[in-house]
Every structure is written in structure tokens, then in C-alpha cells.
Design a protein around this ligand. Sequence first.
Ligand SMILES: [Zn+2]
Length: 371
Amino acid sequence: MNDPQLDPGDIAALFDRTRLRMARELRGFSQVQLAREVGSVTAASVSQFENGHTRPASSTLNRIAVALRVPPSFFAAPARPPAQEQINGFFRSLRSTSPRDRQQALAYVHLARELALELEKYVVLPEFNLPRAAADGGRSLQAADIEQAAALVRAHWKVPPGPVENVVRLLEMNGIVVVRFRVSIEKVDAFCVDFPDRPVVALGADKGLRDRSRFDAAHELGHLVLHGIDGQIADKATENQANEFAAAFLMPATDIKHELPDRLDWPAFLRLKAKWHVSIAALLVRAKSLGVMSEHTYAQGWKALSVRGWRKVEPGSLGNPETPVLLQRALELTETTGVSYSSFIQRSGLPEADVRTLLDRDFTERPRVKF
Ligand SMILES: [Zn+2]
């Protein structure tokens, strides 16, 4: 725990270089930019602090904390086994994501994990519970294996046949932390990081599309199940596998095959969209991959989606995306144990504004006037 009683000297003595890098990346600063913001250090010293060659004096550390908008105690090593330094995430669209955005998104996800670990000191979170499919990073997976893996997870989680009611809730109930990005890192799509203790799935800031967001969440689940902990930035093959997993997870063949039309019957697709909470596009792909629809009809259908502009905005909006609640509820429960929000924040050493963002607090709660 980052002890609130730590004085500046303690913090400097306990300085953890990986936390400096995490805070810097969270703000999207390069070492040069951070040096400029701090004013009294060079980029070379920032680099030396981060690679462990030198340690910052406590006065320097305080200035860095101000520049990075984190409490100084954030830089103290937490009392737990260290996280692997190089845990990468699966990123969907590599080309549209700059290294800076990617690092910022990763740092945000590291922070979500920190928050979960801090909350776990006060409340018990759902145990992490996920069957894994392959040991070789998914290279040898066939389509049938992926269908089977999706069925296995559904069975393991006791999901009843038919549409999944709430994908995000299902992940959270099984110990996976889910967070949603705000606008600041909008170029980053959904991704996940498979921390050994508790994976984190981050969903994009989103276009307000429930169907797409559910598919994203199921796609990331696919990465966790199929590709596991060694996953790097995803290539085309692993992306396709995760998409196939999502389709199979959300639309099991045995439950949906007889409902899918073999023709381009748009009203029928719209009804299925409302029932299964998946996009028309996903239904179309599923109809082809399950052999209900011919390649030719599928190709015509896909063309029609483009022509009508339905690949950007489909008819039949399903309402707001699913919302993560695990961290928020854990915090509320923490407060019932007599630990106030502000004292939790202080003890955790986490930056308050970011915790608020992670918990969606700023939308649901206004500050209270105290007497
Ligand atoms: Zn992916």
C-alpha cells in the first residue's frame, strides 16, 4: 500500500522507476516533453530515472509529480510482486494507432489494474475464471476449434442458450476488469491486457453503438481465450480468429442457424439484430460462415451495406453500449466498510482525476457542499 504517512524522503527512497514511466505515458508525454514541463531536469535525467541509472531527489520528484498530475506517493513502489514490465496489449488497428496513443492507452489500463488491486484490499472481487484454449498463441487454430472454444466458455460460465444478455457484465462477473475509454484516446479501439492476476479489457470511447461494443467485448474475450498471455500486437490472422470467436460466442451455431435468412431479407435481419443484439453486418457474416447464405448472396449483401451507408450507421439502433460496473460497485462497497472515497484515494496513491474517469464518477455524482 502507498502509505499516506510517507514523507517526501520516504517516497524518494522507495522510488519505483516503472511508475514514473507509467505516469509519463498516461499523460502522453515523451521524456523530452516531461523535462520541459518540469523545467529543472533534462530529458537525459528523465531517461536515467526511468532506466534506473539514477534516482531523483525528493524535490525533483515533487516537481515531476506536479507536472504529471499524480500524487508524489504514486512513485513509491507498491508492496506487492512487481508487474512484468513488458506486458503488451492486443490492438485492433495497428496502423491507425501511434506508439504514443498506444502507450497512453496501455498506461491507462495499467492504472485500471492498480485501481482493482487497491480496491481488493477492502473488498472481495469476483474470482478470475476463464478457460483457455490454445498454448501456441493460436497459430494452429481451425474454425471448428474456435467454435468449440466459444461454446466451452459459454458452458463454463453457464450462459443459457440464445442471445447473451450483457457481455460486459459476464466478463466482470468472471473477474475480468472492463473499462471504457473517454474521448482522449479515441484513436485506440478496444484492446485487452492479459495481466496474470486479472486481465483488463478496454473498450473504445465508442460511437454509442451497443451492438458494436458488445462485439468488441466478445472479440477481446476471444484474444484472452485463444491467444493468452504471450499476445503481442495482433496481426491479421489473430484478428480474424478473435472475430470468429466473437461471432460464435454471441451467435452459437445451434441456436441461430435456423433463424438466419438465406436471402437478403433486410426486415428479417433487423428483427434478428433486435433479438441477438448484434449488428446486421455481423449477422450477414455469420449467415455466410455457417453456410446458410451463398458466397454470391453474401457479396451482394455486403455491397448493399456499403451503398446504403449501413457499414457506418445501421438502421435499428439498440441504445447505449453496455456499461462496466465492477470497479464502481467495488468502490461503493469499500465506502460501506467505513473507508471514505477521499481516504481511499489518499491511501491508494492513485491520481484522483483518473480514478474518477475510470469509475465514470464525474457523470453520476456532483461534489457535495460540506458544513
Ligand atoms: Zn483484436
